[in-house]
Design a protein around this ligand. Structure first.
Ligand SMILES: [Zn+2]
Length: 601
């Protein structure tokens, strides 16, 4: 089926092809799957949410089918949008546009290609805009733009999250520049929701292209795609003709977009309601602000270095690197409820070494982000050994901005040898990504708590640790450079790493004394890897305590104190007493007074 639609781009006008809708086979109750061609029993297909049981093809849905699928039963209330002139140009091609509109209305039973309703998803109120590709290819004209904008204005007025379900070939040619302007009109409506702190979610269904993709479909806080759904600016055929190359099979599919950082998650249809409900419940802003929870920080966190046992720094380094230590995702599973992982930097990639998401800590909605290692060789390779790329830092920045928008505290968990040193990382401006995170975190208008849970490797760790409260686990280390790196540069001998570790004062006791960390979370006997659940319980308690202290502070206070905390490093104050040097261990070292080079990673 070829649908007239245009793709806004450099002189491209492209008919978009949609997957064939199920065709009637012999008899009246069998359909042919548009994905694999298998015969489907119609009633069962409908019951399965129009998903093929054989190949998981997600068939197109009408507006009514979509609303039935997503919303709580009987919760949908249509929002009327006043009729507007549907033919501003009095356009005629081979047929008058008015005739095409009339036919589309007759064949779909719809007024236009989009409708707005308010309703609830698992009890969470939401304003929903749904598009229907059957109506002139879901093209974006003045009425569709108006439906979306009215929905956004309603969401703003009522402080209710906005959900958009897109299916579109692009802007509607027959309305000319007026259609083009709908991209601007809808984008600024979403900008107002950003300013007001209202959650926006976009559900991408197949296909979403051109002017819709380049406006409201991709400006949402969270972008969910159905499996196989295609989204792009220019259509596949136009690109192939332009660059004269054949494109990969999965080009512009949800899976391709996830890998390239455009969508947060791919949700099969039967999981959509649950996924949406979780997001809506965690991130809806409440009139009474963030719930507050009493904490007992004194029990969970050691703030006096004298209460910590002296230990060999190199032992700490080795303990911090143990593969069995819980990772960020392990902690998220153990201490958070309703966690939704958000992926992608919205520009190039999704970095598996840095994970981020929204969840709830003892009822408090929070954004959590952290570096991610693994427990097996395969996992470690997939996670790039916990060393984030620039895309990782840009993803974390995106989620921190979202937290700021929604008023959610930010928790960061850090266990990384450092930012990834590689050619691509430099091409993509690793240094800039880290620097921008530091500036962003300095001014975040929400509480920020950072915990070094394992290795705190240099700038790559600090990029997540500009916080109101910086904590570390008892066996964690935090350092300007790895002990090995320092030994190689200053001692010209990697075997001097234990000596370097001691000289750098990388262990919890020394960092607490230096004021680099505010508190140390004791680990169970045998370390975090011996008792992950026990460690997680202590982490939760420490986080609760920190949030209980920070949540009552207003934005100005938070930011002022955070900046002051980092302003004082390196400045002599009456309180700062000289720190006795730790006893040297291992190799003797030569003096290198002129080579205090910081080779940060
Ligand atoms: Zn199939």
């Amino acid at each position: 089926m070829t649908i007239e639609a245009i793709t806004i781009g450099p002189a491209t006008v492209e008919p978009t092809t949609v997957e064939p809708i199920p065709r009637r086979g012999p008899g009246s109750t069998w359909l042919l799957c548009g994905g694999c061609g298998t015969m489907l029993y119609e009633r069962r297909f409908a019951r399965d949410g129009r998903v093929c049981p054989d190949c998981s093809w997600h068939a197109p849905m009408t507006i009514h089918q979509r609303l039935d699928l997503l919303l709580d039963a009987d919760s949908a209330r249509p929002v009327d949008v006043p009729a507007i002139d549907g033919d501003p140009l009095e356009f005629t091609d081979t047929r008058p546009y008015r005739d095409r509109l009339r036919d589309a209305r007759a064949s779909t039973g719809l007024d236009e290609a989009a409708a707005c309703v308010r309703g609830t998803i698992d009890g969470n109120p939401v304003v929903v805009v749904v598009m229907d590709f059957r109506f002139l290819g879901g093209s974006l004209g003045a009425t569709v733009g108006e439906v979306f904008t009215r929905a956004a204005e309603l969401a703003l007025r009522e402080r209710t999250p906005l959900l958009t379900v897109t299916a579109s070939g692009g802007a509607r040619m027959q309305e000319g520049a007026i259609a083009l302007m709908q991209m601007a009109k809808t984008s600024q409506a979403l900008g107002q929701l950003d300013e007001a702190g209202i959650l926006t979610v976009s559900l991408i269904t197949d296909p979403t292209f051109g002017g819709v993709a380049a406006s409201f479909a991709t400006l949402a806080d969270v972008i969910i795609a159905e499996p196989g759904a295609r989204l792009g600016f220019a259509g596949r055929r136009v690109i192939e003709q332009t660059i004269r190359q054949s494109l990969p099979e999965d080009f512009q599919t949800a899976e391709f977009l996830l890998a390239h950082g455009v969508v947060d998650l791919i949700s099969p249809r039967h999981e959509l309601r649950a996924n949406l409900a979780r997001l809506l419940s965690v991130s809806s802003r409440r009139a009474d602000g963030i719930p507050r929870q009493a904490g007992r920080p004194d029990r969970a966190v050691v703030t006096d270095p004298e209460q910590l046992a002296r230990r060999d720094a190199w032992e700490s380094v080795r303990a911090a690197r143990r593969l069995g230590r819980p990772t960020t995702l392990d902690y998220a599973a153990m201490i958070l409820e309703d966690f939704t992982e958000l992926r992608g930097d919205r520009m190039s990639a999704d970095c598996p070494a840095l994970v981020a998401g929204l969840g709830r800590l003892d009822g408090i909605p929070v954004a959590v982000l952290g570096t991610q290692k693994g427990h097996t060789a395969d996992e470690l390779r997939y996670r790039n050994f916990g060393m984030p790329t620039p895309a990782g830092y840009r993803k974390s920045a995106r989620v921190m901005r979202l937290a700021a928008k929604l008023g959610l505290p930010v928790i960061t968990l850090i266990d990384t040898a450092g930012a990834y040193p590689g050619i691509e990382a430099e091409e993509q401006a690793q240094a800039v990504a880290i620097a921008e995170n530091l500036r962003l975190m300095a001014g975040l208008p929400v509480p920020v708590v950072a915990v070094v849970t394992g290795e705190g490797g240099s700038g790559g760790a600090l990029a997540l640790a500009f916080a109101d409260r910086v904590l570390m686990c008892a066996n964690a280390v935090y350092s300007v450079i790895s002990a090995e790196g320092c030994a190689a540069i200053l001692w010209k001998n990697p075997a001097a790493a234990p000596t370097a570790a001691a000289a750098l004062r990388v262990d919890a006791r020394e960092l607490l004394r230096l004021g680099v960390v505010d508190g140390v979370i004791p680990e169970p006997d045998g370390g975090a890897d011996a008792d992950p659940a026990g460690t997680a319980a202590r982490l939760r308690e420490a986080l609760r305590g920190a949030l209980a202290d920070l949540l009552p502070l207003d934005q100005m206070n938070l930011v002022t104190r955070r900046r002051a905390r980092f302003r004082q490093f390196g400045v002599a104050t009456p309180a700062s007493a000289p720190v006795p040097a730790p006893a040297p261990s291992g190799d003797a070292h030569e003096s290198q007074t002129d080579r205090s080079v910081e080779a940060t990673r």
